[in-house]
Design a protein. Structure first.
Length: 376
């Protein structure tokens, strides 16, 4: 019989030897020819910049159970950070624009000193918006297994758990905000297969390492996403027309460049910026409040609604419709080709429940918690 120390040493040797034979490969393809990102990065860019913003990533894959709002926001954040790093763009915030607007509203409310308050009416506009949708996502965490029982079987089962691969594809569009014209579009794919030593060791019972990696960190999913983002930046750098590169870092027009045509001003009174919303205020029975509360939680999970107090609590007595909820329901219903009512009706609630977003989030949290308390 092997002692626990001997088992640990043997498992370490087996996993290390197999992981040494790992094959990590990443394949990124695009239907557009563009220079390698490393070649572009070597050249320090100090020329005029283009004004650009990144919209939220959406999910249009056939495997929607993997999607959560944090993933779409994280993808947009990664692309935004990568664009800033090129020094070729004035990148304008859109993901956290609500926070910026709230600060400006606070400044004009009279509660903030005029000297320190955020300026009102000076938000810079983007001339190009990047819109992206995930069209394919495959996450294969299986791998070859070895049929054997006992200690050796446990080791090889753990090793097989370490082999994993991911494939991702996104559709990318560059849109002129003045004309809504699509300047360029492409499909970008990324894939990665490798061996995760930590996953194998943790799966073996936690005897080799303390705890497991969480989320996408250092996984084929993260590697595939990074490669997709790199290819997206290459595409942006090479496909945006030169005429859009005309601004200094302080957003002033660069010398020798022509300003875009001024916005057209009609003689008619401008339409109000706020969309007219009829917020229901009828007396709701308990079951309707429960449906609304669950719909709100799903909308938050999917990214249609910002998290607000009591959205994730089951104190339903004070649950009622508000403007943000109605707008979020309308947006979801329109995107899913449902009847646009702005209400958490039966069809809409079923569609939200079928997304499995909440279940996926809860499962991920339970798995992370389980890994923390995994013992031999």
């Amino acid at each position: 019989m092997l002692s626990s120390i001997q088992k640990t040493l043997l498992a370490t040797a087996l996993i290390t030897s197999l992981s040494a034979c790992q094959s990590t490969s990443t394949n990124v393809t695009s239907n557009q020819n563009s220079p390698d990102i490393n070649e572009v990065s070597k050249q320090q860019y100090n020329g005029p910049k283009a004004r650009i913003a990144v919209a939220r990533f959406t999910d249009k894959s056939n495997n929607s159970r993997w999607w959560r709002k944090e993933i779409g926001e994280g993808m947009a954040d990664q692309l935004t950070t990568a664009l800033v790093g090129t020094n070729r763009f004035i990148v304008l915030e859109r993901q956290a624009l609500d926070a910026v607007l709230s600060e400006q509203d606070l400044a004009v409310s009279g509660r903030v000193s005029a000297q320190s308050g955020a300026a009102y009416g000076e938000i810079e506009g983007a001339e190009i918006v990047v819109v992206a949708a995930v069209t394919e996502f495959d996450d294969d965490s299986s791998g070859a297994s070895v049929g054997s029982g006992g200690f050796i079987g446990d080791v090889f089962s753990s090793v097989s758990a370490g082999f994993s691969g991911s494939h991702m594809a996104i559709d990318l569009r560059l849109i002129d905000t003045r004309t809504s014209r699509i300047l360029a579009a492409t499909s970008v794919e990324g894939g990665s297969k490798d061996f995760d030593f930590t996953s194998a060791a943790t799966n073996f019972g936690g005897a080799l390492v303390g705890g497991s990696l969480s989320g996408w960190s250092d996984t084929p999913k993260e590697k595939a996403l990074r490669e997709v983002i790199i290819k997206a930046v290459e595409f942006l750098e090479t496909k945006i027309p030169d005429t859009y590169y005309r601004y200094n870092q302080n957003n002033t027009l660069a010398a020798g460049y022509t300003a875009p045509p001024p916005p057209k001003v009609t003689s008619k009174k401008a339409a109000p910026a706020a969309v007219a919303v009829d917020v229901p205020n009828h007396r709701m029975p308990h079951y309707e409040k429960m449906d609304l509360a669950m719909s709100r939680m799903n909308l938050v999970c999917l990214g249609y609604l910002k998290n607000q107090p009591n959205y994730e609590e089951f104190e339903t007595e004070d649950v009622k419709y508000d403007r943000q909820t109605v707008l979020a329901l309308r947006e979801y219903q329109q995107e899913k080709s449902l009847k646009v009512t702005g209400l958490a009706d039966e069809t809409t609630k079923k569609s939200l429940d079928d997304s499995k977003c909440l279940a996926k989030t809860q499962q991920s949290g339970l798995e992370s918690l389980g890994n923390m308390f995994k013992f031999n």
